[in-house]
Ligand binder design. Structure first.
Ligand SMILES: Nc1nc2c(c(=O)[nH]1)N[C@H]1C(S)=C(S)[C@@H](COP(=O)(O)OP(=O)(O)OC[C@H]3O[C@@H](n4cnc5c(=O)[nH]c(N)nc54)[C@H](O)[C@@H]3O)O[C@H]1N2
Ligand SMILES: Nc1nc2c(c(=O)[nH]1)N[C@H]1C(S)=C(S)[C@@H](COP(=O)(O)OP(=O)(O)OC[C@H]3O[C@@H](n4cnc5c(=O)[nH]c(N)nc54)[C@H](O)[C@@H]3O)O[C@H]1N2
Ligand code: SF4
Ligand SMILES: [Mo]
Length: 695
């Protein structure tokens, strides 16, 4: 038997680890971390191994599936494209462009054949009703980047390998493997950091990352804005801002600080649960560290004050001179650029959602508005929906109500590999071939990486004749829709041509030949300062005091400062190393072993309610209620309960035989589509007020 290895990056999370794929006589037999990948250095997590399960999953779709009278049957690709094109065109002809909506999920970003091709299809469809998982995730980051630096993807990334002091809020990279910070092998990087300096974690839960940190402080969910305001107040007591490096390139800094100093922070420590003395000490350590960086992720962006938190984090880095400085926060100068000419800088408010009047951002509307746009009668109502690699029923607020709304659509088309909680409502599912058979370049994650890296991923296995690549599906749909409505569709070239064009635009000097020759990827060195030369604001300066955020701060100051004293608990999310959002519970390797869906609650809170560890409890919010097993945990502070999202597989009509047997309700049956971060419209999924009682 001939065993040989092939190499490519893992597409399952932002860490883009190099994988060594071992084939026995052409059959994928084993997967390990690629020791020769200069960036991931052999790291792999259980999900990377679970690619074996994904590849062999009998429930995975390989051919187009059409649903008629409640029954699924396979159809050919040409018939599938024609059917989709005709239905979408007919609905638009009768009800207008807005009647076709689209929702793009997280894996789109991980597949070049989706992310580089979908914009052309959406342009052809011309609907204002485009939504994505970005508005249950990183919109506050994108908005802050766009407002302060002029481009949504001018994203300052923590220089984790060179910093001495890392202040981390609401992130758990040991489980998530990093986010908006492409950081493979993060455990080793954190260990090196804590040996050299300090990692301080601020989180309502003592997480796996907190266990490794130099210090962890529990915080009351959704009060980080108070903590960060207090931090900026405290910095001023330690010394003046260090702004020399930004001279002539910084605008509004004094106005931002004046606005911050004008508001009395609502009794910071009573609110946050972090003593004022601790906050002052941390601010002093941060100010005095040679190289320091403040960073916040899901826990601070996917909550009520997401944009303010992200703005204040930028100001902390600016104040202390750590923005655009080695060991601080740096913007990656990716070989394949996603900023600059020809890219979308992140405009806001060019149109509004029909029902609630929520402003568009970067060409999309907040997904929290998707359901109401489907169910509210009137001109412009969404009657047909395209989903691509998305599972909004489990991933977006008030998912149970969205589930019902999808059932009422005239037509639903899904580009997806499973019949799951969302795609079960589709009339047609188009499943792309394995990523292993497709050319791929991580355009987004290389640009957010903590080192300058580049990697072209070549196909490592053949595509079966009846399979289609991601980009071929987009071309097929584009051509069929254009034909059905008398428009023009120019066939998009294969990925290698688009990757080469992107590289040429970047001007790094790196050639396709060099990339092709480097099967383990290329290391191009540490991050370098360069943000100031790349600013895309109208003024050419960093805008430290965007109106949107000043206004949000004023609104916050006007809010009541009273700390609620009722028996409500605050619900926060949790990620597990063996889970990936909502869609990998069909992988035997990931779901074996102990259950992972329990509600974690502090023993004091259990006692107070007369509840016992292991009991089934009812969790109720303003939106809905779920039954779940409760587990006593010292990892959460009293007043906080913690539950992972992405469960809730017990529904009719799925084809996910393993996942259906995995217990656990959906977190998003509790979340509220009305709870948003104001400036961005991002959903507030953390810090949900809930009551817990015996079931
Ligand atoms: N309560 C709560 N809700 C959350 C979060 C949270 O922390 N708490 N996290 C939010 C975040 S950060 C995100 S990113 C979103 C994710 O939200 P979504 O993107 O909507 O959900 P996923 O679970 O990532 O679902 C991915 C879908 O892509 C399909 N898929 C997988 N591989 C492929 C492929 O190769 N091609 C195609 N075409 N389809 C594929 C899967 O079958 C599945 O339907 O969830 C958000 N929702
Ligand atoms: N294993 C695994 N890896 C993943 C994913 C997965 O589902 N599983 N999903 C991927 C995706 S799509 C993303 S976006 C990333 C997310 O990557 P991360 O943001 O690093 O991951 P989370 O585990 O969501 O971390 C959020 C943390 O915020 C805390 N938190 C909640 N509310 C608050 C609050 O109000 N304040 C503060 N300070 N903290 C709070 C939570 O306790 C949690 O520890 O992970 C990616 N990687
Ligand atoms: S850490 Fe992320 S990229 Fe690396 S193997 Fe795991 S899922 Fe794949
Ligand atoms: Mo995400």
């Amino acid at each position: 038997m001939a065993r040989h290895s092939k190499f490519r990056a893992c597409p399952l999370c932002e860490a883009i680890c190099g994988l060594e794929l071992q084939y026995d006589d052409g059959r994928l037999a084993a997967i390990r971390g690629d020791d020769a990948d200069p960036f991931s250095r052999g790291h792999i997590c259980p999900k990377g191994n679970a690619i074996l399960d994904l590849e062999n999953d009998p429930d995975r779709l390989r051919r187009p599936m059409r649903r008629e009278n409640g029954q699924w049957h396979e159809i050919g690709w040409d018939d599938a494209f024609a059917f989709a094109g005709e239905r979408l065109a007919a609905i638009q002809a009768e009800h207008g462009a807005a009647a076709v909506g689209a929702y793009l999920g997280n894996p789109n970003v991980h597949h070049f054949g989706h992310i580089a091709y979908l914009p052309s299809l959406l342009k052809l469809i011309r609907s204002p009703n485009v939504f994505s998982a970005s508005s249950v995730d990183q919109w506050p980051h994108q908005l802050v980047n766009a407002q302060m630096y002029g481009h949504q993807f001018l994203l300052p990334v923590p220089d984790i390998d060179h910093t001495d002091y890392f202040l981390m809020l609401g992130a758990n990279p040991i489980a998530s493997n990093g986010s908006l910070m492409t950081v493979p092998d993060v455990r080793a990087r954190i260990k090196a950091l804590t040996a050299r300096g300090k990692l301080v974690v601020i989180d309502p839960r003592r997480t796996e990352t907190a266990e490794l940190a130099s210090e962890h402080h529990f915080i009351t969910p959704a009060t980080d804005v108070c903590f960060l305001l207090g931090f900026l107040h405290a910095l001023q007591a330690h010394g003046p801002p260090r702004l020399a490096a930004y001279s002539g390139k910084l605008q509004g800094f004094d106005a931002a600080m004046a606005a911050i100093n004008a508001i009395a922070i609502p009794a910071s420590d009573a609110r946050t649960g972090i003593p004022a003395e601790t906050l002052k000490r941390l601010a002093g350590e941060f100010y005095n560290a040679e190289r320091a960086v403040a960073y916040g992720r899901m826990g601070v962006s996917v909550q009520e004050h997401g944009s303010l938190c992200q703005w204040l984090l930028q100001l902390i880095n600016l104040y202390t001179g750590n923005l655009d400085k080695p060991g601080g926060a740096l913007v990656n100068d990716a070989a394949l650029p996603i900023t600059g000419p020809g890219t979308s800088p992140g405009a806001r408010g060019r149109w509004k959602s029909r029902v609630r009047g929520l402003p568009e951002f970067a060409g999309e509307l907040p997904v929290a508005a998707l359901r109401e746009e489907i169910v509210t009668p009137g001109p412009g109502r969404i009657r047909a929906l395209i989903t691509s690699a998305g599972n909004p029923v489990l991933s977006t607020p008030d998912g149970r109500a969205l589930d019902d709304a999808l059932a009422g659509l005239d037509f639903m088309l899904s580009i997806d590999i499973y019949i799951n909680e969302s795609t079960r409502h589709a009339d047609l599912i188009l499943p792309p071939a394995s990523f292993l058979s497709q050319d791929h370049y991580d355009s987004v994650f290389n640009a957010f990486a903590v080192r300058r890296v580049a990697r072209l991923n070549r196909p490592v296995q053949e595509r079966a004749p009846e399979e289609r690549a991601d980009w071929q599906i987009i071309n097929g749909l584009g051509a069929a829709f254009a034909a059905a409505c008398g428009r023009e569709w120019r066939m998009l070239p294969p990925p290698k041509a688009l990757i080469a064009a992107g590289l040429a635009r970047g001007g790094s000097g790196l050639s396709m030949a060099e990339l092709e020759a480097a099967e383990h990827g290329l290391d191009l060195g540490p991050l370098q300062p360069g943000l100031l030369a790349r600013l895309e604001t109208a003024s050419g300066c960093i805008e430290a005091a965007p109106r949107l955020f000043i206004e949000a701060l004023e609104a916050l100051a006007a809010e009541s400062a009273t700390v609620p004293t009722d028996d409500a608990l605050l619900l926060v999310g949790r990620r597990d190393i063996r889970s990936n959002n909502s869609w990998m519970h069909n992988a035997p390797r990931l779901v074996k072993g102990p259950t992972r869906h329990e509600l974690w609650m502090h023993a004091d809170d259990l006692d107070r309610r007369g509840l016992n560890d292991g009991q089934t409890v009812r969790v109720s919010s303003r939106t809905g209620s779920i039954a779940v097993t409760v587990k006593a945990s010292e990892a959460v502070r009293p007043g906080v309960v913690c539950l992972p999202h992405g469960f809730g597989h017990q529904r009719e009509g799925l084809r996910l035989r393993r996942a259906e047997a995995v217990a656990g309700p959906s977190y998003n049956d509790l979340t509220d589509a009305g709870a948003l971060d104001g400036p961005s419209g991002n959903a507030a999924l953390n810090g949900v007020r809930v009551r817990v009682s015996p079931a």
